[in-house]
Design a protein around this ligand. Structure first.
Ligand SMILES: [Zn+2]
Length: 471
């Protein structure tokens, strides 16, 4: 076999080669479909061979089959996911093959439907031009969800038409409506869903900097230039917090077509609520004894706002903590399981769809890749092998079938430039991608490490400068 199939990441479920190869550096499409316009351009080569598209109802969700011959290559699929997955594999094959493609049949399908990557653009701003290039790499590895963390203590990065003052705290370092449109459109043509995230009620330093009236003390508040968890959060005793959040989520929904919206929910201290007279009054009105239940009530309100917009909320797993106090948490909220295995049991049993992204099990791409204080990274260690062997199977826990997939998280406390982001993402993101895609029997860490030579060769051609750590 040639590099075109030998070095593929993730490894396809089945690949049968005739042993022959043909000259090919691209594919020419025999159909007019506007969804294919970007791939039509990306796959165009000087020695392109014709490619036709066929429907095959026997294929599973997101599955595809490629029958590759120089005379008549065919991509079989039965849904949009399968179509884009097949095209991504063809792109990777042309990049790896360098002019030669195996005559072969590839049959492939993913193990998990949610294969995500979160990029924090709030702690440090990364330009839209970088995100546009990164999307191509995500697609190449069948990552189909780009979770975009847009607001935090250190920045409000999304221009909100009804509240232009929100970005005034970080002039020139935010995404305009045109940036968002470009990212969403390109992602759509690559088969990637963009899930925007607005953090609340904690990690709202940037929001309080332009709206001090929404905090318990009234401020003044400064944009944070440190990193951590801060006591100043939204005041649960003030009805007006919902007015502005309703405006924000409505504008977010109008800019992002994703059926899902991230609502944050993590790391919210109750320190201010304990001593705030308005928060105390709200607790009395509602008959609450535990300050933590103020966040539980808040989540219910935000849930209703997002639902009214026809979207499904995605939240960090702290919003499920009230379950342990016997409170009800809506089982349709998609949970980002980031803390630890102990957090999983009650959430899975409650029926919430779960996206696994644990800090202690391979998903934290901001952590150092080796245990060496000279190594770039934050807080902990997350080796390549940890990412490759992240666990998504939570059986025998009740409700383990509610795991819909996983994601890698790149927090940007220490990421100032795209090249640093690339260093942290590659090769650990492709390792996670293979983890999310492949069934256990197809996984082999030594084989994966061998195939990284292909990744190393092709990322530069996507315009991503990468300085890799491969050990
Ligand atoms: Zn308060």
């Amino acid at each position: 076999m040639s590099d075109s199939t030998d070095l593929l990441i993730p490894r396809p479920v089945r690949c049968v080669s005739t042993g022959r190869m043909f000259e090919c550096d691209g594919f020419r499409f025999a159909c007019q479909d506007s969804r294919l316009s970007l791939y039509e351009r990306l796959l165009d080569g000087a020695r392109s061979v014709p490619l036709s598209f066929e429907d095959d109802p026997s294929l599973p969700a997101e599955g595809y089959r490629l029958d590759l011959k120089s005379s008549c290559s065919v991509l079989y699929s039965h849904d949009e996911g399968g179509l884009f997955n097949g095209l991504a594999t063809l792109r990777q094959m042309t990049l790896l093959g360098q002019g030669t493609i195996d005559e072969c049949i590839i049959e492939d399908r993913p193990r998990y439907g949610h294969r995500g990557m979160m990029l924090d653009c709030a702690r440090h701003f990364l330009p839209a031009s970088y995100i546009l290039r990164l999307l191509e790499a995500l697609a190449l590895y069948h990552i189909n969800v780009f979770h975009w963390h847009l607001t935090d203590d250190q920045g409000w990065r999304l221009w909100i038409p009804s509240h232009p003052e929100l970005v005034s705290v970080n002039p020139r370092q935010y995404y305009t409506a045109a940036d968002v449109k470009a990212v969403v459109e390109k992602a759509c043509l690559l088969g990637i869903e963009v899930v925007p995230e607005i953090e609340c009620p904690g990690h709202v330093g940037a929001l309080l900097a332009s709206h001090p009236e929404l905090g318990c003390t009234g401020g003044p508040y400064m944009l944070e230039d440190r990193h951590g968890i801060f006591d100043d959060v939204l005041c649960m005793g003030q009805e007006r917090i919902y007015g502005i959040l309703e405006d924000v989520f409505r504008d977010v929904a109008s800019m992002f077509p994703s059926p899902r919206i991230g609502i944050g929910g993590d790391e919210c201290p109750v320190t201010r609520w304990k001593s705030c007279p308005r928060c105390r009054a709200r607790m009395n009105e509602e008959g609450l004894e535990d300050e933590h239940d103020l966040q539980w009530l808040f989540t219910k309100r935000i849930y209703a706002i997002v639902r009214k917009l026809g979207r499904t909320p995605v939240a960090w797993d702290e919003v499920a903590k009230p379950l342990s106090r016997g409170r009800e948490v809506d089982p349709s909220i998609q949970m980002l399981l980031w803390r630890d295995r102990n957090a999983a049991a009650t959430i899975l049993a409650n029926g919430n769809p779960v996206i696994v992204c644990r800090y202690d099990d391979g998903a934290y791409l901001d952590y150092r890749q080796v245990d060496d204080e000279e190594e770039m990274g934050n807080l902990g260690v997350n080796t390549l092998e940890m990412s490759y062997s992240m666990k998504l199977d939570y059986s025998p826990l009740a409700g383990h079938e509610n795991v819909i997939g996983g994601q890698g998280n790149l927090w940007s406390e220490k990421i100032l430039f795209p090249m640093q982001a690339n260093y942290m993402l590659f090769p650990r993101l492709p390792a996670l991608a293979e983890d999310f895609w492949c069934f256990d029997e197809a996984k082999d860490f030594d084989s994966f490490r061998y195939r990284l030579s292909g990744m190393k060769r092709i990322l530069g051609t996507l315009g991503l400068d990468v300085d890799f750590r491969l050990s």
